[in-house]
Design a protein around this ligand. Structure first.
Ligand SMILES: [Zn+2]
Length: 265
């Protein structure tokens, strides 16, 4: 799980050089990246090469285009990006790290949040034209992270209002992705990693089956959860490739991963 790839440092930011080094490590170690459909088939009992990874990016930040897209393209890698579908703007694609020219200003995470609150989402978030270019290049797939990113459990006055608001939010996200891309998947990433039984119920009813959490646990093939799947993720930090290698080694071994997480908790 990545958020920002940026020269503006932050808690959930990996620097462009570190990200490039991490991806170079994956390529050199023989890893292949896997898209949402392949992940889904694997979890339902299919097979994948042992060295397979799913790269995910939350929120759809501009820096994903500027710094992640060119690196993924160089390695022939694909990542999943979870879009907050009311955020991307219109306009021509901006300069990215391999296209030549002056790069757009990249906001830090907090500055970006403030810009979004002020309605200046274009300063922090991808444009639809960039999303198109990333899809055409095969570097990114785009999936739902709701339409608004609002934590309805926090702002709704009661359970009924929470469920109704989440339903509208998820349906709006589906409609926007369908309109913009001509397709929408059943993969959904929970805003701020939050979900409860109501959230899962509403998401099921609005057509989602794969729920991406911010929790860490092994993703076990064939383990059924009433026709739906929670997908657990490793938060990749701004660390050298050796750190990523050691984490992949541990968490691709379910028994070891569980033991490690139990000790860590
Ligand atoms: Zn988010």
């Amino acid at each position: 799980m990545y958020h920002h790839i940026s020269t503006s440092p932050g808690m959930i930011t990996v620097s462009p050089d570190r990200f490039a080094a991490q991806m170079a490590y994956l390529a050199q170690a023989g890893y292949q990246t896997v898209g949402a459909a392949q992940l889904s088939a694997y979890l339902a009992g299919g097979s994948l090469p042992a060295k397979s990874v799913v790269l995910t990016f939350d929120d759809g930040y501009l820096d994903n285009w500027v710094h992640a897209h060119p690196v993924l393209q160089r390695h022939g890698f694909t990542a999943l990006c979870f879009l907050v579908t009311s955020w991307p703007g219109d306009g021509a694609p901006r300069v990215h790290a391999h296209s030549g020219g002056e790069l757009p200003e990249l906001l830090g995470h907090r500055e970006g949040e403030l810009a979004i609150e002020r309605g200046e989402t274009d300063r922090a978030i991808l444009r639809w034209s960039e999303i198109d270019a990333m899809r055409r290049a095969g570097t990114f797939e785009f999936h739902s992270h709701t339409h608004s990113h609002v934590r309805w459990d926090k702002v709704a006055r009661n359970r009924e209002e929470k469920c109704a608001a989440l339903r509208r939010d998820l349906l709006a996200a589906r409609a926007e992705l369908e309109t913009r891309m001509g397709e929408v998947s059943d993969h959904l990433c929970w805003p701020q990693g939050f979900y409860d039984d109501d959230y899962r119920q509403v998401a099921r009813e609005t057509g989602f089956r794969h729920f991406y959490t911010c929790e860490m646990a092994p993703n076990i093939r064939g383990a059924k959860e009433a026709g739906e799947r929670s997908i657990y993720r490793l938060e990749v930090r701004d660390r050298p490739p050796s750190w990523l290698a050691s984490r992949l080694w541990v968490h691709s071994r379910p028994a070891l991963s569980r033991a490690y997480l139990a000790v860590k908790r």
